[in-house]
Design a protein around this ligand. Structure first.
Ligand SMILES: NC(=O)c1ccc[n+]([C@@H]2O[C@H](COP(=O)([O-])OP(=O)(O)OC[C@H]3O[C@@H](n4cnc5c(N)ncnc54)[C@H](O)[C@@H]3O)[C@@H](O)[C@H]2O)c1
Length: 330
């Protein structure tokens, strides 16, 4: 039985708490949040106890810590959990600072802690299957990866100020997926960005519309396009082209019902945002972590290294957008 302490009872902390509560191999023991009322409400829902972050880190009856606090706290909380012998599942991104991620991974390595990072899209049944078929050789050698990712609505301009910007906050998921599907590291990143959706996002120093091209040492290419607006829902599609064919994964609709009439064929809207679209992925992700901790697998994926590499690409994309030049990635 893996006994959990959950840190952060916000949007993502609630999703993960539900998965822990439903898994017969796990127990939701403690919940901590900077706002006591948030921790109390979630704890009451699942019969867990409220505790401070420090109490969870030191508790003898906690095996694993789920970190769902705001990004700025992840690195210090990973280090504290690692130094107290806990297994760690941490939400993306690990940190907005590559140096801090590297320092944190050294602590994790020294303590031989189990650490998994919440790049949930790898666990989406459709995208996961797409990656499996690449590895089985269904399309031969991968040559081009295309990732399309558009949110239904932009966040408030105030949010973007503390987010690290679109490339680190939003595109980080797509950068990880591009690495995951390509199976080879990218060595150069070229980005374009604009504030076309909300001028206030531009005034705040960020973009809401962006495109990135990346290339690997062997010449393979990935293209990512992002928008903070899609009038038709949460647009999440991928396409991988190879020497023997092409794999694609379409959007998921609210139902599979279609209306056919003289005007044409109409499908239901696509799922609106991440909580619906990736509900199954979040559960599969955390159940994978629980299984890894149970079986003693110390290297579940996505790893801390995956978190570091995605952050390096996000930093390179940000610099490329700012300078208008391609940026090499070490
Ligand atoms: N993988 C995904 O798809 C996904 C989706 C949403 C959020 N996230 C990530 O999860 C993290 C949390 O995002 P959210 O949307 O749930 O935010 P949120 O604001 O809804 O929740 C965060 C919670 O953490 C609490 N908190 C603040 N400081 C804390 C501290 N020092 N220790 C403990 N708790 C603290 C807040 O009171 C709040 O209840 C972010 O890093 C975000 O990037 C990932």
């Amino acid at each position: 039985m893996i006994r959990f302490g959950v840190i952060g009872a916000g949007r993502i902390g609630k999703v993960h708490s539900k998965t822990i509560a439903l898994n017969s191999k796990a127990k939701l023991s403690y919940i901590a949040d900077a706002m006591p009322a948030a921790a109390e409400a979630l704890a009451a829902q699942y019969g867990a106890k409220v505790a401070s972050v420090d109490e969870i880190m030191k508790a003898k009856d906690v095996d694993a810590v789920l970190i769902g606090s705001p990004t700025g706290f992840h690195a210090e909380q990973i280090q504290a959990a690692s130094n107290n012998g806990k297994s760690i599942m941490c939400e993306k991104p690990v940190s907005l600072s590559v140096e801090l991620i590297e320092q944190t991974l050294k602590v994790v390595e020294k303590n031989k802690s189990t650490l998994m990072i919440g790049f949930n899209r790898r666990f989406d049944p459709n995208f996961g299957e797409l990656e499996q078929r690449i590895r089985k050789g269904v399309i031969g050698d991968v040559e081009l990866v295309t990732v399309i990712s558009r949110d239904p609505n932009p966040p408030p301009a105030d949010y973007v100020k503390g987010s690290g910007g679109l490339f680190r906050d939003m595109m980080i998921h797509d950068l990880d997926m591009a690495r995951f599907l390509m199976g080879e590291e990218f060595v150069v990143v070229h980005a374009l960005g604009s504030a076309l959706v909300d001028k206030a996002i531009g005034v705040a120093g960020d973009v809401d519309t962006a495109a990135v091209q990346m290339q690997t040492a062997s010449g393979r290419i990935a293209v990512i396009t992002n928008s903070r607006r899609a009038t038709y829902g949460y647009d999440q599609r991928m396409e991988v082209h190879g020497s023997k064919g092409m794999l694609s994964a379409r959007n998921v609709h609210n139902t599979t019902v279609e209306v056919h009439n003289a005007e044409g064929t109409k499908a239901d809207p696509i799922q609106n945002f991440f909580l619906e679209r990736y509900g199954a992925a979040y559960a599969h992700e955390l159940n994978t972590f629980i299984a890894a901790v149970e079986s003693g697998d110390r290297n579940p994926k996505p790893s801390g290294f995956d978190g570091l590499q995605a952050q390096k690409l996000a930093d390179a994309a940000t610099v490329s957008w700012q300078t208008g030049k391609p940026v090499k990635v070490a």
